[in-house]
Design a protein around this ligand. Structure first.
Ligand SMILES: [Cu+2]
Length: 110
């Protein structure tokens, strides 16, 4: 059985508004699906990733960094698809207040 192939997307999300906003979900034509992940310590002491069960909150006038080893976005590839390391893809982020925003981001294989 083949393991699904996935790439991490790391970026800074800024909220220049005067009210908090929430990143709800994302989508990309280059990915089978987009997941919001958090990195957690498992009971055996190794690090693993969990599907985030809540939106990512971005404080008013603040920012949240999605980075390796922390909160991040995961691009789950379509079957048989492959990315070259450093590929740029279009990613549409869906925010609770700001609505949709499409950005060009780098996908990293880790
Ligand atoms: Cu992940």
């Amino acid at each position: 059985m083949d393991m699904p192939t996935a790439g991490g997307i790391f970026m800074m999300i800024k909220n220049s508004g005067d009210a908090p906003d929430k990143l709800l979900s994302g989508s990309s034509p280059a990915c089978g699906s987009i997941e919001l992940h958090e990195v957690v310590m498992k009971s055996d002491g190794t690090m693993g990733m969990n599907l985030l069960d809540k939106p990512i909150e971005i404080p008013a006038g603040g920012q949240v960094e999605l980075k390796s080893g922390d909160l991040h976005i995961m691009c789950i590839m379509k079957k048989d698809d492959q990315f070259k390391p450093g590929s740029m893809i279009d990613l549409t982020l869906v925010f609770e207040k700001s609505g949709e925003m499409t950005v060009s981001v780098e996908v990293r294989m880790e």
